[in-house]
Design a protein around this ligand. Sequence first.
Ligand code: GSH
Length: 200
Amino acid sequence: MSTSYELLYFPLRGRAEPIRLLFATANVAFTNTPVTNWPELKPKTPLGQLPVLVEHTESGERQIAQSMAIIRHLARVFDLSGKDEAEKTTTDVAAETLNDWRGKFAPVQFAAFMKTEQAVIDKYWAELPATLRLVEGLLGSCTWFGGGESPTYADVLAFDALDNHMAMKPETLADFPRLRALHDRFRALPSVAAYLEKRA
Ligand SMILES: N[C@@H](CCC(=O)N[C@@H](CS)C(=O)NCC(=O)O)C(=O)O
């Protein structure tokens, strides 16, 4: 049964971007639907939040909420969760660590919107090198965060986090050559490169 995918989110990167990057990694087409009528749509979504993935099949439509549930679901379907139990567990450990980091970054990235205090922002940047050391340590000498020969959804989360930091502070990875190499390697995957070239 063939499935077509539609991703609903506000017209920005935010929580939907790792999902878009996952589609790009798997080289699977999807319809990106920017939501501009949120008050009207909100009550029709499963949890009153975006992103929502809509899967269309011959037997009907299924809406999935929660960005990490969407990512893990698609990663299983597209075989981007790690190839065996060891790789899957390593991938999950990396993903949870990256999510902890992404959670701390959100009030800094969206400081104006979230009215984050300057002291919180300063503390975040002061502690960033320690966080990056931890994350780089998890990658170790592996090519990908799952420890295998091909990328997993943890690499998608890592790329998105690294990319968002570099957009704010291009020098972020100056002292972290293995994370910089991971960022370059992921960005160079042909289907990802094609997506990045087009993305708004
Ligand atoms: N844990 C959820 C959080 C979703 C969430 O907070 N979505 C925000 C946008 S990033 C939202 O829908 N805000 C509008 C609203 O709650 O009405 C996820 O990761 O999907």
